[in-house]
Design a protein around this ligand. Structure first.
Ligand SMILES: [Zn+2]
Length: 133
């Protein structure tokens, strides 16, 4: 059923829903109603966005992949952070033991005993002590 151009019901929800008019003013009236409805019913909005996500990613594989990638990045960041802290700790220890008069070899043995892996030879300890990066 088409509404006459001069029908006063254009631009109303009635025009859109009951009279099936899809003119611009009737569409806008319907959109405004939908927006207002969603505002008044947050649980519907949640349900709608869930439906939308399912439509875009039916089996959840995309979400699972993104989640896995995020976890991997996070794990990598944590590991890097741990390494940085461990290295800083090892450097501090080397400098302290050196200041106490320990030999490079003894310092290396102590680092190994403590499980530090950042200084694997006497040369790297000597470079640190002499102020090289
Ligand atoms: Zn209309």
């Amino acid at each position: 059923m088409a509404l006459a151009p001069d029908d006063p019901r254009h631009g109303t929800l009635n025009g859109y829903n009951n009279l099936g008019c899809r003119c611009r003013p009737c569409q806008l009236a319907n959109n405004a109603y939908q927006v207002d409805y969603m505002r008044r019913h947050p649980e519907q909005r949640e349900r709608q966005s869930l439906r939308e996500r399912r439509r875009r990613d039916p089996d959840g594989s995309k979400a699972a992949r993104l989640d896995a990638e995020w976890r991997e990045r996070q794990a990598k960041r944590n590991l890097e952070q741990m390494r940085r802290e461990e290295r800083a700790e090892a450097r501090e220890l080397v400098l302290r033991l050196h200041a106490e008069g320990w030999s490079y070899q003894k310092i290396l043995d102590e680092l190994k005993r403590l499980g530090h892996r950042h200084f694997t030879n006497v040369g790297s300890i000597s470079r640190l002590v002499r102020g090289y990066p």
